[in-house]
Design a protein around this ligand. Structure first.
Ligand SMILES: Cc1cc2nc3c(=O)[nH]c(=O)nc-3n(C[C@H](O)[C@H](O)[C@H](O)COP(=O)(O)OP(=O)(O)OC[C@H]3O[C@@H](n4cnc5c(N)ncnc54)[C@H](O)[C@@H]3O)c2cc1C
Length: 405
């Protein structure tokens, strides 16, 4: 056996498909025709509607036409995609994941819009709501006519939501909510907010129409990440709700944590979309940019970077696909979602940073997508459980010892 692969043994075999730089492991073979059709639909939509404008929106720190975009996302079945009934597409977990990957290959802000709508706000109502709540909200949310947000984080409470201060008190049969939520995606544009609050019976979820007196959602400005995404504070000042505003199926932290697990699954795929876009930008650049008389992709140091990026990118996609199959089989554990989120977001940032170095000075320009993806991923690394929280989840699962406090 030769110590290193010979040129002959590395050559494409006539029996196998030729090597594909965009799919070196042949992961495409694992997908069904329907999976590929879903992916193609979302990819086409982002190519037409997001990619031509995203750099401009990012620079301006806006997501203009968000309501129109939401209706279009509804029309292609991307909102509440893996949920069933109420106008939802009933897609498989793998198909939902592929959609997240394509959306985030355009921008994490667009994937966040879809994740919060489908996996947090809609999922909370779908999983824990009454039939009346589902009928009232889900059909319009899946069509993108009503946007939803999910209020868990507070100004002083992030990784430890069990310590939340927002509270709901009974007044006759009504509930009265007071408190603040912070860093809430879609907050200022939402027609309905799922708000988690402390009650005498523990933490409960409330479905709050955003035109309820006492509710306001000022937008948070001056972000250097997720700039093409609406992020808001929620202010709840004596917000009076009827008895049936509470989500009947969710008591305690199990409710919000279940929603977050669903959304994190989408991030396992989505982060690989940001990584793929950055890898492809770097690969193209490396083949055309010349220094010292030849393309920079011809230098061993650049090739080592590209090879390592490709390995992590496609390992990450394989991991996402594996978790998707487990979710479709009803066998996905929360610790496995933590495994995927921890690995894929961390590796996606690393891929973007390496891509940035290959682009040299051009790497910092908005003319290329790399820096935009890298800065977006700084938020993705933190929301839906920080890196450290997922390390602690895995650490506890591995050792049986709780190191959270
Ligand atoms: C753009 C954006 C959009 C968001 N959208 C939403 C949304 O729609 N809804 C929502 O509810 N929230 C949202 N969030 C909030 C997000 O979920 C929180 O930022 C996240 O949970 C972390 O909370 P924190 O920022 O308060 O950090 P903190 O919890 O204060 O943590 C700060 C640091 O301390 C570390 N740390 C904390 N505890 C420990 C410990 N026990 N051991 C070791 N390290 C620890 C953390 O890992 C982190 O590194 C969003 C955030 C961003 C940036």
């Amino acid at each position: 056996m030769p110590a290193t692969p010979s040129a002959e043994s590395a050559a494409p075999s006539s029996k196998g498909a030729p090597f594909d730089a965009h799919d070196p492991l042949g992961i495409d073979d694992l997908l069904t025709d329907e999976d590929r059709a879903v992916r193609a639909t979302v990819r086409r939509w982002t190519a037409e509607r997001i990619l031509p404008s995203i750099a401009d929106w990012y620079e301006r720190g806006e997501l203009p036409g968000i309501r129109e975009l939401a209706r279009e996302l509804g029309s292609i079945g991307a909102l509440g995609m893996s949920l069933t009934g109420y106008g939802c597409a009933g897609a498989s977990a793998v198909q939902y994941g592929l959609a997240c990957l394509e959306l985030e290959a355009a921008d994490s802000g667009i994937r966040s819009l879809v994740s919060v709508q489908g996996s947090l706000a809609m999922y909370a109502i779908w999983r824990f709501g009454s039939e009346e709540q589902k009928e009232r909200w889900l059909p319009r949310m899946s069509a993108g006519e009503v946007l939803g947000c999910f209020g868990l984080t507070e100004p002083d409470i992030g990784s430890d939501p069990g310590a939340m201060r927002t509270h709901a008190k009974r007044d006759g049969t009504d509930w009265v909510l007071n408190g603040r939520k912070m860093w809430i995606t879609n907050g200022s544009v939402a027609g309905v907010a799922v708000v988690w609050a402390r009650t005498d019976d523990g933490i409960r979820g409330f479905v709050v129409p955003t035109d309820t007196p006492g509710f306001s959602a000022p937008e948070i400005k001056h972000k250097w990440s997720l700039r093409a995404s609406v992020t808001s504070e929620l202010v709840l000042d004596e917000v009076r709700l009827p008895a049936d505003a509470v989500l009947p199926g969710a008591t305690g932290l199990r409710g919000p944590l279940g929603c977050l697990s669903h959304a994190r699954y989408g991030i396992v795929w989505g982060s690989m979309g940001a990584a793929r876009a950055s890898f492809e930008a770097a690969l193209d650049y490396a083949k055309t940019r010349e220094q010292f008389g030849k393309p920079i992709g011809g230098f061993q140091l650049t090739q080592a970077k590209l090879a390592d990026m490709a390995v992590e990118l496609h390992k990450g996609i394989l991991l996402a696909h594996h978790l998707g199959l487990r979710m479709d089989a009803g066998r996905l554990r929360p610790e496995q979602v933590s495994f995927g989120k921890l690995n894929n977001v961390r590796e996606a940032i690393e891929i973007c940073r390496t891509a940035r170095t290959i682009l040299g000075a051009n790497g910092i320009s908005l003319e290329y997508p790399v820096m935009r993806h890298a800065t977006n991923l700084e938020s993705v690394l933190t929301y839906e459980g920080t890196v450290e929280m997922h390390q602690l989840v895995l650490g506890k699962a591995l050792t049986g010892l709780d190191a959270f406090r």
